[in-house]
Design a protein around this ligand. Sequence first.
Ligand code: DQA
Length: 144
Amino acid sequence: MKVLVLNGPNLGRLGKREPAIYGSTTHADLVAMCERAGVELGIDVEVRQTDHEGELVGWLHEAADEGYPVVLNAAAWTHYSIAVRDACGQLTAPLLELHISNVHAREEFRAHSVISAVATGVIAGLGVDGYPLALRWMAAKIKA
Ligand code: DQA
């Protein structure tokens, strides 16, 4: 079973982007970290990143059609994209919402997510370590 890890806008700039908040790990490092976790956990992990909302919506449709579990960091879209939320609402397998930073300890607008209500669970504030943790939970769910 494939698990999709979907990253939204500006996450391709990890490592360069506000390192005090998001750390020094690059997106390429993050991909490698997730793929390594996939090998260890015996699951097929595919990581994608986009700055285009429609592309993310299309990937979520694919996950809905194929029954793929999703780890989603929708980045800024988390806070306002009803299109992304409605696409998430069509998923049948688990959806984990993930944020690298603790969105509850930052600006007020980041505390609200339009996605959480349709997510299975939320991980926030653990840095990029949240990704392998999310995959570990997904692997256990898939095998259960
Ligand atoms: C983020 C938090 C969002 O508020 C922000 O817009 C991002 C990244 C995170 O991973 O901490 O781009 O989702």
